[in-house]
Design a protein around this ligand. Structure first.
Ligand SMILES: [Zn+2]
Length: 58
């Protein structure tokens, strides 16, 4: 038995693939850093300059 608590390093804290979201703005398809999600709904992702569109999903 060990009392050691393992804390993953930040670069390993996020499972592979989770950070790769694509902006849902028409014709954009760049990496999206902003997620918009309502409870029970799938998240919608937009990049910074298109994040206003994501607010329509909230
Ligand atoms: Zn965009």
């Amino acid at each position: 038995m060990s009392d050691e608590i393992r804390i993953p390093k930040p670069e390993y804290a996020t499972p592979a693939g989770v950070q790769h979201h694509v902006c849902e703005h028409d014709g954009c398809s760049k990496d999206a850093g902003w997620g918009f999600v309502k409870p029970k709904y799938a998240p919608h992702w937009f990049r910074y300059e298109h994040r206003a569109e994501g607010e329509h999903f909230l």
